[in-house]
Ligand binder design. Structure first.
Ligand code: SAM
Ligand code: SF4
Length: 328
């Protein structure tokens, strides 16, 4: 029986956060300093992650994305990729990373069997990149992007950008060049109220439509039909050179056919990015629960999956965890 919620949505996509730690401090995600880390003994081991992912694949999960925090700061991370690759039934095994350690790990990740990689890059201008990530690391991240792109078996390579206030025409055109000249699939993601500083304001969200307007002043775009469960609206450049996409959770929520589930680094199941309630899998697992028992807990949690997020609606409350601790 597939994993289904009370609104008739089938869940088949799992995001696994492997750590809440990070070597960057992006403004829209973490405070400049002072983020409390989850104590190490509370973090799932590779064996525990593998066990839970295998159980979830048995319930119908097909796509698994590894994220964090920054997944590549977790020691021996490629070994986890290898363990998950060996699970029968995973159709797509992917990774989201800030790219800082990708140059060093790309070959090992490919050897371990990663299918796809998304690299987060919020500006292609060094100064602005520093302002947003609080790290002067654009060159190193671009080298990481090149390293992973040199493996044709990892495809597509996507670039995620969160356009923050001040993002202008020059930024947009640099990303268009990356998409058109290098063939990367650039995705602009709207800033969501999951920042560590709790300073999100709807006025600060540069919407996908606004970014699209900036692009279309220079490059006409033609929209592709939306794929089921896709979070992105994808457009081809009208001249046939490259594509670009927009993930618009704030201005155009896509909750109606959401098929996602998240597992935090400390073993909590979250049925929505904005869940106010989590379901613990770690304690039952450590207490010796078998797959049938864990499966019952998961089915029950999925059944109660939130109908939609309520960003910017009256009474909206952000979750206690912020993005780096949830797993984006
Ligand atoms: N550290 C990795 C990275 O940055 O790619 C993986 C984890 S990060 C939390 C995953 C994605 O979430 C990144 O693409 C990041 O840009 C995005 N993200 C983080 N905070 C966000 C926010 N408040 N609103 C929208 N996207 C956010
Ligand atoms: Fe770290 Fe990714 Fe959050 Fe930036 S977005 S602080 S790289 S977890």
């Amino acid at each position: 029986m597939p994993l289904e919620d009370a609104h008739g949505r089938l869940v088949s996509d799992l995001r696994v956060s492997v750590t809440d730690r990070c070597n960057f401090r992006c403004r829209y995600c973490m405070p400049a300093e002072g983020m409390p880390w989850i104590p190490r003994e509370e973090i799932l081991s590779f064996e525990e992650i593998e066990r839970l992912v295998r159980m979830l694949v048995g319930l119908g999960v097909r796509d698994v994305r590894l994220t964090g925090g920054e997944p590549l700061v977790r020691r021996e991370f490629p070994a986890l990729v290898g363990r998950l690759r060996a699970i029968d039934g995973i159709e797509d095994l992917s990774l989201t990373t800030n790219g800082y350690l990708l140059g060093a790990q790309a070959a090992d990740l490919v050897a371990a069997g990663i299918d796809r990689v998304n690299v987060s890059i919020d500006s292609l201008a060094r100064g602005r990149f520093f302002e947003i990530t609080r790290r002067d690391a654009l060159d190193r991240v671009m080298a990481g992007l090149d390293a992973i792109a040199s493996f044709p078996q990892v495809s597509p390579v996507k670039v995620n950008a969160v356009p923050m206030p001040g993002f202008g025409r020059d930024d947009v055109l640099r990303f268009c060049a990356l998409a058109r000249e290098r063939g990367f699939q650039v995705r602009f993601i709207e800033f969501m109220p999951l920042d560590g500083d709790r300073s999100w304001r709807s006025e600060e969200v540069l919407t996908g439509a606004e970014v699209r307007t900036m692009i279309e002043e220079v490059h006409p775009l033609a929209e592709r039909p939306r794929e089921p469960h896709s979070t992105a609206r994808v457009f081809d450049f009208a001249d046939g050179r490259g594509e670009i996409g927009f993930v618009n959770p704030v201005s155009e929520p896509f909750c109606a056919d959401c098929n996602r589930l998240r597992l935090t680094a400390d073993g909590k199941l979250r049925t929505c990015l904005f869940s106010l309630h989590e379901t613990d899998l770690r304690d039952p697992l450590r207490a010796g629960a078998d797959d049938a028992e864990l499966g019952r807990i998961v089915r029950d949690a999925v059944w109660r999956k939130e109908l939609k997020h309520r960003i910017d609606e009256p009474g909206f409350r952000p979750p206690a965890r912020t993005m780096s601790a949830i797993g984006g």
